[in-house]
Write a protein that binds this ligand. Structure first.
Ligand SMILES: Nc1nc2c(c(=O)[nH]1)N[C@H]1C(S)=C(S)[C@@H](COP(=O)(O)OP(=O)(O)OC[C@H]3O[C@@H](n4cnc5c(N)ncnc54)[C@H](O)[C@@H]3O)O[C@H]1N2
Ligand code: MOO
Length: 331
């Protein structure tokens, strides 16, 4: 690459080699001049105002890539069908969700890419719920001109994982329906009003899940088991059991879920609030035992695990154990 620095006063009529950024703290950050802009006499004071006394005239070698071209090549390599992007800006492509769903990042692959000198791939936290239109990742090289072989390496890593899943994607939810099994003698008898229905319906609607029936079996194990089994046998994707998840004599939900389940992933999570959560499956139906905190707190272990369950990702005890570090979810 040949890079010549030209004083802006002598650059009138020359073409900008890259986007130039203006930042006014608290007010504006963005592109002041676009790559390809031909510098006009009136641009000179503006360029000086944003601290540009020189511009580059670039001659890019055949083994090199301009930042904008490198960013687009990398975006095309890493992004799956659940992502789209607009124009490249200031050497960066921003990937946006085309659908509601779970952000998927192949952490190992993206880390390997970021170990390549001059590569920067940034995402939101892995496995979170995102809505259509959300910006989820930024892809850019650090230098203005980067060696092509580094970008090729990114593409190679992306292709190596692609047969399973793209390195970065938004996976739409596969689960569509839910049923509520609201335990508790105090609810069944009408001593107190049920608060779980409205809370859980609102939460699941935000994820695009239809909540069908809600039943109130009290605290008897056989009744709770029978309600879980019949919802699962009706083909409901997700059964949410509330109440009776902790240590009192009439806390019978964990034993009931265990009996109804064909597989128990965990009873207990290393997260607060929501440590008493249970996750199990009866065939393809996921069963959550939800502790009291889910009805009380805005964010619990349930919110952390729900996207991956709805996307039908396999969740193991080891995945859950790793959530302990950072699992303090309260402010
Ligand atoms: N000694 C211990 N105490 C507690 C422990 C523990 O390990 N040792 N765990 C704590 C945690 S963590 C949680 S979470 C809570 C309670 O969890 P449960 O899921 O067992 O909740 P319940 O005992 O059934 O009910 C607690 C409270 O919430 C009311 N409730 C329950 N369901 C509804 C509903 N659908 N609508 C309205 N209100 C509801 C219920 O009446 C109780 O007042 O335990 C901690 N304690
Ligand atoms: O399991 Mo509790 O939900 O931590 O408060």
């Amino acid at each position: 690459m040949v890079k010549r620095e030209i004083p802006v006063e002598q650059a009138i009529g020359m073409t900008l080699a890259h986007d130039l950024t203006r930042i006014v703290p608290g007010q504006f950050k963005g592109r002041a001049f676009a790559k390809g802009h031909v510098i006009q006499p009136e641009d000179v004071p503006v360029l000086l105002d944003i601290g540009k006394r020189y511009i580059y005239v670039l001659e890019i070698g055949s083994d090199e890539l301009h930042e904008n071209d490198a960013a687009v090549i990398m975006a095309e390599a890493v992004a799956g069908d659940g992502l789209e992007w607009g124009e490249v800006h200031e050497g960066k492509v921003v990937l946006k969700a085309v659908t509601d769903g779970m952000l998927w990042v192949n952490q190992e692959a993206v880390t390997a890419m970021n170990l390549i000198d001059g590569i920067s791939i940034t995402t939101r936290p892995n496995l979170i719920h995102v809505t259509k239109g959300t910006s989820v990742a930024g892809v850019r090289p650090i230098p203005l001109v980067i060696e092509k072989n580094k970008v090729d390496e990114v593409v190679t890593i992306a292709n190596e994982v692609k047969d399973k899943r793209s390195a970065i994607d938004v996976l739409p939810y596969k689960m569509k329906t839910a049923a509520l099994v609201t335990t508790g003698s105090e609810i069944q008898s009408g001593r107190i009003e049920d608060k779980s229905g409205p809370v859980l319906r609102a939460k699941l609607e935000a994820y695009g899940i239809q909540v069908g029936r809600q039943v109130f079996p009290g605290d008897e194990k056989d009744a709770i088991v029978s309600e879980i089994v019949s919802a699962a046998d009706l083909g409901v994707d997700l059964v949410l059991v509330t109440g009776g998840m902790s240590v009192d004599p009439d806390d019978r939900s964990p034993a009931s879920i265990r009996e109804a389940a064909t597989q128990v992933v965990t009873y207990g999570t290393p997260m607060l609030p929501g440590s008493m959560l249970m996750l199990a499956y009866r065939g393809k139906t996921a069963i959550f035992g939800l502790p009291g905190a889910v009805l009380h707190d805005a964010k619990t272990s349930f919110d952390v695990l729900l996207p991956r369950v709805l996307a039908r990702m396999k969740v193991t005890k080891s995945d859950i154990a790793q959530l302990g570090v950072g699992g303090w979810l309260n402010e």
